[in-house]
Ligand binder design. Structure first.
Ligand SMILES: [Zn+2]
Length: 64
């Protein structure tokens, strides 16, 4: 048993549309699985050409 819980949590369940933090566009693209924080992923917005971080997992993932 050497499975890393972080790896299991990183498996994408479904493609979610992430809203840009700057212009509210959903035309975004995942560029990095992990940002500065472990639970944050970096996205690139094709609409305003900005890079932002979005938290994809909430506390309910950890409570189960
Ligand atoms: Zn944007």
């Amino acid at each position: 048993m050497s499975e890393n819980p972080a790896v299991a949590a990183a498996a994408p369940q479904a493609e979610q549309s992430v809203t840009c933090a700057f212009c509210d566009s959903t035309d975004t693209e995942l560029i990095s699985l992990f940002g500065q924080a472990l639970l944050a992923s970096q996205y690139y917005c094709r609409s305003c050409h900005s890079v932002f971080e979005a938290v994809r997992w909430t506390a309910e993932t950890l409570s189960q």
